[in-house]
Design a protein around this ligand. Structure first.
Ligand code: SAM
Length: 221
């Protein structure tokens, strides 16, 4: 009989955000498939989870985990932060598992996108999530398409490109409300709100605010 695949959300910064059910599941499964086993160690040590880990990153073939499931092992899938499959490895594995008749059980937990959205003050009834933006090809088109977007747009941006991204938003959507969720759930958590040029001005005055992890939200047209 096949094992079950548990998809477990883990904290996006604050280790206290791990759910009780998530901890119990990590303890009860036979194996934990982690995006980075060394990174996972911090979380597992904090909650005294002794379950063995295997690595499952974006280049790992799903077969590796599918064969464990086929041997009847219960497997927990975790990523470095947040919910697996959301701009993180896991989507392929999950669809292959479903095709093989394996039961996939979600154990909900944090995700940066919902964490940012719920406190952004922007409408939450209609929103679109784009993950990471294309770095080169398709980037301009993305911003052009955003001009007519009638719902809240959400995407992830790295610290290396956050300033560039705001300059692009200032060029294509100068009037729109932007919300930047920075370092969510961590010590320096903050929300920067305003037009792109207002936030760029804040960056000029406080360059340290360009550092960290960011979720970017763009208000609707
Ligand atoms: N699977 C994760 C989730 O459910 O949110 C997302 C993983 S993706 C590889 C990592 C990106 O998520 C970061 O580059 C950043 O844009 C965003 N992110 C993750 N943690 C964050 C945090 N604490 N504050 C703001 N953004 C965060």
């Amino acid at each position: 009989m096949n094992g079950n695949l548990f998809v477990i959300g883990t904290p996006i910064g604050n280790l206290g955000d791990m759910t009780q059910r998530g901890i119990e599941t990590l303890n009860n499964v036979d194996i934990i498939a982690a995006e980075d086993t060394r990174h996972a160690k911090k979380l597992l040590q904090r909650y005294e989870v002794l379950t063995p880990t295997v690595s499952f990153h974006q280049h790992t073939k799903p077969e590796k985990i599918l064969s464990l499931l086929g041997d009847g092992k219960n497997v927990a899938l975790i990523s470095d932060a947040g919910t697996p499959g959301i701009s993180d490895p896991g989507t392929n594995l999950i669809s292959f598992a479903i095709n093989q008749g394996i039961t996939v059980i979600p154990i909900p937990g944090p995700s940066a996108l919902i964490t940012a959205l719920c406190a952004s003050g922007l409408p939450t009834n209609h929103f679109e999530f784009f993950g990471f933006l294309p770095q080169k090809k398709g980037r301009q088109t993305f911003f052009k398409n955003l001009i007519d977007c009638k719902h809240t747009a959400i995407f992830y941006e790295s610290t290396h490109r956050i300033e560039k991204c705001l300059k692009e938003l200032d060029e294509f959507l100068p009037e729109r409300t932007i919300v930047l969720g920075r370092e969510l759930t961590k010590i320096y958590e903050e929300f920067l709100r305003g037009t792109a040029s207002e936030i760029l001005h804040t960056f000029e005055m406080f360059p340290e605010k360009k550092k960290g992890e960011f979720v970017l939200l763009v208000g609707a047209k």
